[in-house]
Design a protein around this ligand. Structure first.
Ligand SMILES: Nc1ncnc2c1ncn2[C@@H]1O[C@H](COP(=O)(O)OP(=O)(O)O)[C@@H](O)[C@H]1O
Ligand SMILES: [Mg+2]
Length: 487
C-alpha cells in the first residue's frame, strides 16, 4: 500500500512526488486586547506566523507547555474561541525597495495613504541579525542635520546611532524631521517610523515632509496610538528592514524612530498580556535586548559587503527631564551619543532647546570636516565655561574685566546658536559663522544684530562658492568682505 503511494506513476513530471505532509491544527482558546491564546500547535516556533480560519494572522510570541501566546496582526471581529489555527512555518517579512519611496505604510507594508499597495519584488525579514564586525567599516562621513548646534558641537556621522532625548514638547520630533528634510539632494534615503502617536501628530508629520518635498526620498512607517499593540511593537523593525535593503545595496540611509518610549510601552503591554514575568517598571527582562538588537543593525558596511550605511536617530521621551529612568538609560548605553532637549532652555526661548553640556557624540567627530572640527572644539569649551560663569555672575558678584569680556562673548554665541525650524545650514554656512565668531568679526554688533546678519552673510559666502578645504586665510578674507557687504 505504502509502496503504491510513493512509487511515481507514469506520465507525471519527474519532480512531482507523492508524499505525506503532516499539518498540526490548533484552536483558539482565548482572544482579546490584540493577543490570542492557542492550543494544539506543539511544534510552533517563536516568531512564527500562524493563521486562523477567518483569514487573520498572528505572530507566536510566547510558548508555554500546552498553550502558545500570539500577537494579532489583523483586527478581525470574527475571531473567536474554538476557531481553527494553523502554522505557516514562515517568519514575518516586509516588502522592500524603491517603490516604497513616497509612501505611508503600516509595519506589514499595507498602504495607509489611500493608494494601491506598493509593488515590491523583494522582501526582508523584520527580525534579522546585525552585520557582524567583519562586514562593518568605520564611521567617516558626516551626516548633516542642518542644525547649527548639532553639526558643529555634537556632529553625527553616517552609520551612527544618536539618541534624541527630552521631555514632551521640547522639539525632538521637530529636530528629527528637520534632519530628514535636510537630506534633500544629499542622496540619503530616509525611513520615518512613527510609533504610538495620535493621528493628528501623524498627519502633521506627513504634512511637514510633504510640504518640504521630502516624501520623494522617504518612507513613512506608521503604527498609531490606537493601532494593534503588535503593530506598535513591529513598526521599528519594519522600518529597519526597509533601510537595510538599501544599505546592502550600497545606499546611505537615515532611520528615525519616533519614539522608542512608546515602543517599549507597547512591548510591555504585550508581555504583560502574554504573562511574561515583569521586571523593573514592569518591563520584561529582555527590553534591553529588544532595543539593542534593533539599533545594532545600524552600521556602515565595508565596500565588499555593500558599502552602504544606516544612521539611526531613535527618540526617547523623558518625564521632568529624568534621563536616569529605565528606558532612557538603556538607550543611552546602546547608542553612540545623545542630544538632550532641555525644558529650561525651551522655556527661556533658547530654540532649539539643546543642552550642549549634557549632549555628546562619541564617534561623530571622526566624520567631521577638519576645518569645522577645529573651530568647533574651541567654541564648545568657551560656551560651557560661559554658562558656569553666567550662573556665578547672576548673584550680583562683581567680576573682573577679563571675565566680563568672556560673558559678553558667551552672550553673543548664545544668540548665534539660536535657529528656527526649517532653516538648515550647509557645511559652508557652519564654517562661516564659526570662524566669524571665533575671529571676533561679529564683536562690533549687539548679539541679536549679529544673529540677524547671519543669513545675509551665508548668502554672500554661498555666492563665492568657497569649499571647506580652502585655507583659513581665504575664508577669513571672504568673511570680512562679505560682512562689509551686509552692512
Ligand atoms: N527651533 C525651533 N524653533 C521654533 N519652534 C520650535 C523649534 N523646535 C521645536 N519647535 C516647536 O516646539 C513644539 C514642540 O515640538 P515637538 O517637536 O513636537 O516636540 P517633541 O517631539 O519633543 O514632543 C512644536 O510646536 C515645534 O514647532
Ligand atoms: Mg514628538
Amino acid at each position: 500500500m505504502l509502496e503504491s503511494l510513493t512509487r511515481e506513476p507514469p506520465g507525471r513530471p519527474p519532480d512531482y512526488r507523492f508524499g505525506l505532509r503532516l499539518a498540526e491544527r490548533g484552536s483558539v482558546v482565548g482572544v482579546g486586547d490584540g493577543i490570542a491564546w492557542v492550543s494544539g500547535l506543539p511544534s510552533a516556533q517563536l516568531d512564527e506566523l500562524i493563521y486562523f480560519d477567518d483569514g487573520s494572522t498572528a505572530l507566536v510570541f510566547q510558548l508555554a507547555e500546552h498553550l502558545l501566546g500570539a500577537i494579532l496582526l489583523s483586527q478581525q471581529h470574527g475571531l473567536t474561541a474554538g476557531m481553527a489555527v494553523q502554522r505557516t512555518g514562515h517568519r514575518l517579512k516586509v516588502g522592500v525597495g524603491d517603490t516604497l519611496l513616497g509612501r505611508v505604510i503600516d509595519p506589514l507594508g499595507n498602504p495607509l495613504d489611500g493608494l494601491a499597495p506598493a509593488e515590491t519584488t523583494e522582501s526582508r525579514f523584520l527580525e534579522a541579525a546585525a552585520p557582524p564586525i567583519v562586514e562593518r567599516d568605520f564611521v567617516t562621513q558626516p551626516l548633516y542635520t542642518g542644525s547649527k548646534i548639532v553639526d558643529t558641537l555634537i556632529p553625527i556621522g553616517k552609520g551612527q546611532r544618536q539618541l534624541v532625548v527630552g521631555d514632551d514638547g521640547m522639539g525632538k520630533s521637530a529636530f528629527v524631521l528637520d534632519t530628514v528634510i535636510n537630506q534633500k539632494g544629499r542622496n540619503v534615503l530616509c525611513v520615518v517610523v512613527v510609533i504610538g502617536q495620535p493621528r493628528s501628530a501623524v498627519a502633521a508629520t506627513i504634512e511637514a515632509l510633504n510640504s518640504a518635498d521630502a516624501l520623494q526620498y522617504t518612507v513613512v512607517v506608521v503604527a498609531e496610538a490606537d493601532a494593534l499593540p503588535g503593530f506598535r511593537y513591529l513598526a521599528p523593525f519594519a522600518g529597519c528592514a526597509i533601510a537595510e535593503h538599501w544599505m546592502r545595496a550600497g545606499r546611505d540611509t537615515l532611520v528615525v524612530y519616533d519614539d522608542l518610549t512608546r515602543h517599549a510601552q507597547s512591548y510591555r503591554e504585550l508581555s504583560l498580556l502574554l504573562r511574561r514575568p515583569p521586571g523593573r517598571e514592569a518591563y520584561p527582562g529582555d527590553i534591553f535586548y529588544l532595543h539593542s538588537r534593533l539599533l545594532e543593525r545600524s552600521a556602515v558596511l565595508a565596500p565588499g559587503f555593500g558599502g552602504g550605511s544606516m544612521t539611526a536617530l531613535p527618540v526617547v521621551e523623558t518625564r521632568q527631564g529624568e534621563i536616569a529612568a529605565y528606558i532612557p538609560t538603556n538607550l543611552i548605553s546602546i547608542t553612540d551619543g545623545q542630544i538632550y532637549f532641555d525644558g529650561k532652555l525651551f522655556a527661556a526661548g533658547m530654540l532649539p532647546a539643546i543642552d550642549i553640556g549634557r549632549s555628546v557624540s562619541r564617534i561623530g567627530g571622526k566624520a567631521q570636516h577638519p576645518a569645522i572640527k577645529s573651530a568647533a572644539a574651541r567654541i564648545r569649551l568657551d560656551y560651557l565655561q560661559f554658562l558656569e560663569m553666567e550662573l556665578f555672575a547672576r548673584f550680583g558678584t562683581r567680576v573682573e574685566a577679563g571675565i566680563e569680556e568672556k560673558l559678553r562673548r558667551g552672550r553673543l554665541l548664545r544668540a548665534l546658536l539660536k535657529q528656527d525650524r526649517l532653516a538648515p545650514l550647509s557645511g559652508q554656512a557652519h564654517l562661516a559663522w564659526l570662524l566669524a565668531y571665533e575671529q571676533g568679526l561679529l564683536e562690533r554688533f549687539a548679539p541679536d544684530e549679529a544673529a540677524a546678519r547671519l543669513p545675509r552673510l551665508f548668502a554672500r559666502i554661498a555666492e563665492r562658492g568657497l569649499t571647506l578645504d580652502a585655507p583659513q586665510e581665504t575664508w577669513l578674507a571672504a568673511l570680512r568682505e562679505s560682512l562689509a557687504e551686509t552692512t
